[in-house]
Design a protein around this ligand. Structure first.
Ligand SMILES: [Ca+2]
Length: 283
């Protein structure tokens, strides 16, 4: 019990999802993952935030170095649906939550220069994998496992998308999303030009934030207007206690249901344990 309490307690270095920019963003198994430092937030297919508190990357994906302090880019590989993590000049391939043998390997396997990558996503339009670094991009064929000829190209060919991206991902609306700083841009279908109404706020549109919002536990406890929805089933074995396997099959239309996560169940126990620890002994 003691270990479980420590696991659900929010770490002091956990970033504020409402004010941070993200190291990487990826669509994995149809869900959205926002990575920052050692943590990530997860949104369901219906774009509902699973937990206000971030989960730890190395607890969810087993096999990454324990001292890995951030990731550069992540994507789900078309074809075999394995998950690929990039950090610096290395990459790791995961089958579900476990790293494959033989990793990390150098990103030169992809035909990329040993400079690292800013962003990677799979374009639904052609099922090709796009890598971005600074003001260049590459197109990779994951089915043939080789870089297409004629790359890199100037990222300005994607009209309206900024250079030095944080990351990009495709989404279930057939659009591609590009993230940088606190903003994101949407490109529909096979277009290579952002829509006119972008950029928009990542925090507001994806991370369930308002302008006055804080991430403090007190604020979360008092909030009643969260958009967290659906039955939340704690799945300790899967994710190290932070993320529940939410579905929105029975989502409340008003979106006023506050999740009963393991944190809120165990936080009083933690408080009790602290009080007992601090109290003088019976003698
Ligand atoms: Ca990045």
């Amino acid at each position: 019990m003691y270990v479980q309490i420590l696991d659900v307690w929010p770490a002091r270095d956990a970033p504020d999802r409402c004010t941070t920019h993200f190291d990487a963003v990826a669509q994995i198994r149809g869900e959205a993952f926002f990575f920052k430092g050692k943590y990530f937030w997860r949104l369901t297919r219906e774009k509902h935030l699973v937990s206000l508190r971030p989960a730890q990357i190395h607890r969810f994906w087993r096999g990454l170095p324990a001292n890995l302090d951030s990731v550069d880019a992540v994507y789900e590989r078309p074809g075999d649906h394995k998950i690929v993590f990039f950090k610096g000049v290395k990459y790791w391939v995961f089958k579900d939550n476990n790293v494959e043998e033989g990793y990390p390997r150098p990103i030169s396997d992809f035909g990329l220069p040993m400079e690292g990558v800013d962003a990677v996503f799979v374009w639904l339009h052609n099922d090709k994998t796009y890598f971005f670094k600074d003001n260049r991009y590459w197109r990779y064929d994951d089915h043939l496992r080789r870089m297409d000829l004629g790359y890199p190209k100037d990222s300005a060919l994607w009209k309206g998308i900024p250079m030095h991206l944080d990351d990009a991902m495709r989404w279930s609306d057939s659009a591609s999303y590009f993230f940088k700083g606190k903003e994101y841009w949407r490109v529909m279908g096979s277009d290579m030009e952002v829509e006119a109404t972008y950029p928009r706020s990542i925090a507001k549109d994806w991370l369930v934030c308002t302008e006055m919002q804080s991430d403090s536990p007190a604020t979360e406890a008092n909030r009643s207007d969260t958009r967290l929805r659906g039955p939340h089933h704690a799945d300790h074995a899967e994710n190290g206690f932070e993320v529940c396997s939410c579905t929105s099959d029975h989502a409340s239309p008003g979106g006023t249901q506050l999740s009963l996560s393991p944190f809120w169940v165990l936080a009083p126990l933690w408080t009790l344990w602290m009080a007992l620890s601090a109290a003088p002994g019976p003698l």
